[in-house]
Write a protein that binds this ligand. Structure first.
Ligand SMILES: [Zn+2]
Ligand SMILES: [Zn+2]
Length: 657
């Protein structure tokens, strides 16, 4: 079924080329062979899965001729580049469907997303409705079944301009302005031709399942002075099963949306007058925050950290010393001026901590020094990027900086890693991966601080820690920070959604910039290594994650309310008060539902508020000095004396079960 591409002249190729596969195997093929035909020569099954190809480090159409020796990686749905090629090609298919139903439509751009694709288009005055979405979906499906090839054609600029002038698409003409002759390609599938640099999947038949997910407005080039275009979103899959799984996950994610749950459970809110991206933590949210900080403080105290507290602002000169200014200025709030000096809201806690290190002379006996703070930082995120608690402008960070000698580094880094694993266990995070970003020796002194030995040494030590502790990790070359290797910690919620929790950073540079020193055993000054770490990330992101992870049903220790007393009638209010007083004395967070409502309604509402324990009190309970205990989601779990219940719940809270 995979013939030579339409329109391509068959040429006689006699030369052979060497193709190197990812496992290092080298095979010979005729010059001009395509990745798709190479896949076919391996197996038909593989060929059916090949979406694109990585040829000498560049992602290409799998149908493009390879004319010289090359390294080759066949890209399938399981490769991020394969997936994005699939989704981008689906955007072309969507455009074809739109044009076939609404001729005269003009197109801007149609990129892939993390989860699907969109295309921006000018439909004139027309507003799409749900029925039309259905119709477009069906049309896309029909077109997909035609198995049309995505045919690539290099085209002179003049010809491209002529094509879109005749078509009357000023948006594509605008795109063409920025392109140079000799670099312009058209792709055609079926009756639709687009200006695009590619790559695309071999043909439309690979797209087996389609869902158009959303219609939105988008200003041309993101500028609100420009015309508003229609942005049509969709997602597509190589099998129907994958679409079904996606839809189920979407449904579940909607129920667990942290913005919805945060409102229902009184965790946080936003207010226009306070400002975008500045969450207000409500009483229930403040309890969750305090419990997390309690956990962090206990854990850090046990691990030998010392707590510090620092101001939210600092003079410009501090950030010039740290190097955050001018490089990071776009991510900071604009400065305020006072007594002729510029002050900035802090975007990082590090510089303040370094000043605490420098405040008193240090010797090797003071090392390692671990300074911890739940520090409040302010970062400028564009308003379009703000998203619930996930992207905010004010964040509370589980921050600490560890100052240590090279000899202490391994031990210290290992302890940080252990802390992560401890937290993952407490929060039931079963799936996580550490992404270790390394330097590129060729870029030392440019992209990376010029410390070749230190880079290799610390990278090795970090790797050793990850191996020894059996922590799942992947290595990413050439993505380290300027001043040292870093680890991004990725975690997955119970419904399988990925979150980036935090970044750990090894730092060779800041110590020197701040002239931090300690006296070593030979009485010589030495610059400490610095580890930046934040295992619980920020309250904002982590609580957003936890809301989804637990679907709002926090474990007892984290619950804003541990228990609610539900008296059956006013007759038992006195007994309810006695029980409440006794529970509160032992630290149980408990309230009484004193309303004159029916008990059934009280139970239902407590269930909906996801309160872990409900204590029903009536005649029998009062006479026996007992409580009828219900567990959220489980129903009646039996009757207990007040002391029995206290012992059970305080155990559960203490152990953070
Ligand atoms: Zn394209
Ligand atoms: Zn830091």
């Amino acid at each position: 079924m995979y013939q030579e591409r339409q329109g391509e002249k068959l040429q006689e190729f006699h030369n052979m080329i060497n193709i190197t596969f990812p496992d290092g195997a080298v095979r010979q093929y005729e010059q001009g062979i395509t990745a798709l035909n190479i896949a076919k020569s391996i197996s038909e099954g593989l060929a059916r899965k090949v979406l694109a190809a990585d040829v000498n480090g560049q992602v290409w159409d799998a149908t493009r001729s390879i004319t010289e020796d090359a390294t080759l990686k066949l890209l399938t749905w399981n490769d991020p580049e394969g997936k994005s090629t699939f989704w981008h090609s689906s955007a072309h298919l969507m455009a074809e469907a739109v044009e076939s139903i609404f001729p005269g439509v003009k197109f801007w751009v149609g990129p892939p997303l993390d989860n699907g694709f969109y295309y921006d288009m000018d439909l004139g005055e027309r507003k799409l409705n749900e029925e039309e979405l259905d119709m477009l979906e069906k049309r896309m499906f029909q077109l997909a079944k035609q198995d049309n090839f995505y045919v690539r054609k290099e085209i002179p600029k003049a010809e491209a301009i002529q094509y879109f002038t005749e078509k009357g698409d000023e948006y594509k003409l605008d795109l063409l302005q920025g392109l140079e002759d000799g670099t312009i390609t058209f792709y055609t599938q079926g009756n639709f031709t687009d200006l695009c640099r590619g790559p695309h999947i071999p043909n439309t038949g690979f797209i087996k399942a389609i869902k158009l997910t959303n219609i939105a407005g988008a200003y041309w080039k993101g500028d609100e002075k420009n015309k508003q275009l229609t942005r049509l979103y969709g997602v597509s899959f190589p099998t129907l099963k994958e679409l079904d799984e996606y839809l189920i996950l979407q449904e579940e994610a909607k129920k667990r949306d942290h913005r919805k749950l945060g409102k229902e459970l009184g965790i946080f809110t936003f207010d226009d007058e306070v400002g975008p991206g500045l969450p207000l933590w409500m009483p229930n949210g403040a309890i969750v925050i305090e419990e997390l900080e309690k956990l962090a403080k206990e854990t850090e105290e046990e691990a030998g950290y010392k707590r510090v507290v620092t101001p939210h602002i600092a003079k410009e000169s501090l950030y010039l010393t740290s190097g955050h200014l001018p490089y990071y200025e776009d991510s900071m709030y604009p400065p305020m001026e006072l007594e002729g000096v510029k002050y900035y809201l802090k975007a990082m806690n590090c510089p303040h901590h370094h000043k605490i290190f420098a405040a008193e002379p240090k010797s090797y006996k003071d090392m390692p020094l671990r300074l911890a703070e739940y520090g409040t930082c302010y970062r400028y995120e564009q308003s379009g990027e703000l998203f619930g608690l996930m992207r905010v402008r004010c964040l509370h960070m589980n921050d600490a900086h560890i100052y240590c000698s090279k000899e202490q580094f391994f031990q210290e880094f290992r302890a940080v890693n252990d802390m992560y694993l401890k937290y993952f266990k407490i929060f039931g995070i079963d799936k996580y991966v550490m992404r270790l970003s390394l330097h590129d020796p060729a870029k030392l002194g440019k992209k990376y601080i010029n410390e070749p030995a230190l880079w290799l040494e610390t990278e090795d030590l970090v790797r050793m820690v990850l191996r020894e502790t059996g922590t799942p990790y992947i290595e990413v070359p050439d993505e380290g920070a300027f001043y040292g290797p870093k680890i991004d910690v990725q975690i997955w919620s119970t419904i399988g959604r990925e979150f980036t929790l935090a970044t750990n950073q090894v730092d060779f540079a800041q110590g020197r910039r701040f002239k931090l020193e300690y006296t070593n055993k030979d009485n010589q000054p030495e610059t400490p290594l610095i580890i930046h770490r934040a295992p619980l990330g920020t309250h904002e992101r982590f609580i957003g994650f936890l809301l989804e992870h637990y679907a709002g049903k926090f474990p007892v220790w984290l619950s804003p309310l541990h228990a609610k007393i539900l008296p059956i009638s006013d007759k038992f209010l006195q007994y309810s008060h006695e029980v409440k007083t006794k529970l509160r004395k032992t630290g149980v967070r408990v309230e009484t539902d004193e309303r004159g409502e029916k008990i059934g309604k009280k139970i239902r509402e407590a269930e909906l508020s996801r309160i872990p324990y409900m204590l029903v009190l009536g005649e029998k309970e009062m006479n026996d000095g007992k409580l009828s205990v219900r567990r959220q989601g489980k129903g009646d779990i039996g009757s207990y004396t007040v002391d029995e219940f206290i012992s059970m719940i305080t155990d559960e809270i203490r152990n953070r079960n």
